[in-house]
Design a protein around this ligand. Structure first.
Ligand code: SF4
Length: 446
């Protein structure tokens, strides 16, 4: 059960030394209670208090860290059932599958495609991050060779999938420095697979059909000293996966049921042979609590929309997505090109730039900081006023890049044109269209 700020405060040193970055121990306690501070920031907490507070402040769903080549990704660690309650923290990890009987040429092609499959969006690099190596013939040497190829030729995180402990061990040895996830410990092999995970310090998937069996298995694994556990409920229909994901998320959050306090892995790759259905199932898993979602193939046609869906779900709903204010050259503008301005709300930016790029009209697009508000909202909130916009135009440096002295403002901000003309007496203010779809025709007419 989470502790209140006051309960935490009682366990702190109460010296108000400020070393944690907060003005008082009480302020630190409040920040700790709301998840905005780390206990480690206070160097003076007693060991006894540390033990109590760490347990109380641990997220109900364990964050499991998984290594990529030069980075760590985390699954789990979520604290709420719905994203509007707070936010979801650790985006679903998208994985592709490599069967252990693939030819070297096929493996190289898939790894090369994986490394290239990266998309820039709203300042984020979106990409799949994991491969599941699937043992299809029990050949430990071949399995290890595929794992080694991933280690050598990609930065992917790795899940080793086999029902043979010796095959898992060969793969784990081949990817020792990448700390692969073992798939899977079951009731039948929990001692052997759990033992291997413990010996090598690896995360492990617990797989069991039915909630009782799964809870029993995770209790056994935690009893062996394992903490980094990922849950597979064994479901292979989307209806059952959805039901299980919800039950597994609900149990630790609402009932403090510790055996389910771990992230999940879902395998749409084993639910259908139809790629479109597989992508659809993956999107359901992303929307409803899938920690790792495994697809057969990493086809950009499906991966890109899934990454966008994931981005939308895992952004903080209390913070608008923004782009950096500044001058954006579109379609190779020169000193005679037109100049337009809009706000730094990411959605506005992408729609407006999309239309301008489509118009092929060389343009200097000025992006003004409105704290991520769209045009009408920013104008209503006084963050896109004539004075403000005028000041930004003077200071942003556009006068050094372009001789043009006419500025296109969004149609929805037409009301600022008078103030803007006063603020920028040498400029001609043009009122652009209200709808982005009308931008190409308007810009071409200038
Ligand atoms: Fe209090 Fe510890 Fe912060 Fe000092 S560092 S103010 S003792 S919480």
């Amino acid at each position: 059960m989470a502790l209140t700020g006051i309960a935490i405060f009682k366990m702190l040193p109460k010296t108000n030394c400020k070393e944690c970055g907060f003005p008082t121990c009480l302020a630190f306690a409040m920040a700790l209670a709301s998840g905005k501070a780390e206990l480690a920031a206070c160097p003076y907490v007693s060991e006894e208090a540390k033990e109590k507070l760490s347990a109380a402040s641990a997220p109900p769903i364990r964050p499991v860290k998984i290594d990529m080549k030069d980075a760590q990704i985390t699954t789990g660690g979520e604290t709420v059932f719905f994203r509007h309650e707070k936010t979801f923290f650790n985006p679903t990890i998208l994985a592709g599958t490599l069967n252990s009987d693939l030819s070297d040429a096929d493996i190289d092609a898939k790894l090369s495609a994986f490394m290239k499959m990266q998309f820039e969006r709203v300042g984020f690099n979106l990409r799949p991050q994991m491969f599941v190596v699937k043992d299809v013939n029990g050949d430990a040497a071949k399995f290890a060779a595929v794992v080694k190829a991933i280690v050598d030729k990609s930065d992917a995180a790795i899940v080793l999938m086999s029902d043979k402990v010796e095959v898992l061990k060969a793969g784990a040895e081949a990817a020792k420095e990448r700390k692969p996830v073992l798939y899977a410990a079951t009731a039948a092999n929990a001692d052997a697979v759990g033992g291997l995970a413990k010996e090598m310090g690896l995360p492990v998937v617990a797989k069991a059909d039915g909630y009782d069996a799964l809870a029993e298995l995770t209790t056994k694994l935690t009893g062996m000293g394992l903490q980094d556990i990922i849950l597979d409920s064994g479901a292979r229909t989307i209806k059952q996966v959805l039901q299980d994901n919800i039950a597994i998320r609900r149990a630790p959050l609402l009932a403090q049921f510790k055996p389910f306090g771990f992230p999940t892995i879902n395998l749409p790759c084993e639910m259908t042979d139809d790629p479109m259905k597989e992508a659809l199932y993956a999107s359901i898993c992303i929307a409803k609590y899938g920690g790792i979602v495994v697809l057969k193939d990493l086809d950009p046609t499906y991966i890109f929309p899934l990454l966008l869906q994931r981005l939308n779900i895992y952004t903080d709903p209390q913070r608008p997505m923004i782009v950096t204010p500044g001058i954006y050259p579109l379609n190779n503008p020169d000193e005679n090109s037109i100049i337009a301005i809009t706000t730094n709300f990411a959605l506005t930016y992408f729609i407006v730039t999309g239309e301008i790029e489509g118009s092929k009209v060389p343009t200097w697009l000025l992006i003004k900081d409105t704290e991520g508000l769209s045009v009408m909202t920013a104008w209503a909130a006084g963050k896109f006023s004539g004075d403000d916009v005028g000041m930004f135009v003077k200071k942003c440096g556009i006068a050094d890049k372009a001789k043009t002295r006419s500025l296109i403002i969004p149609g929805y901000a037409a009301a600022i044109s008078g103030d803007l003309e006063e603020e920028l007496p040498d400029w001609k203010i043009l009122i652009g269209p209200r709808e982005a779809a009308h931008i190409p025709a308007f810009f071409k007419a200038q």
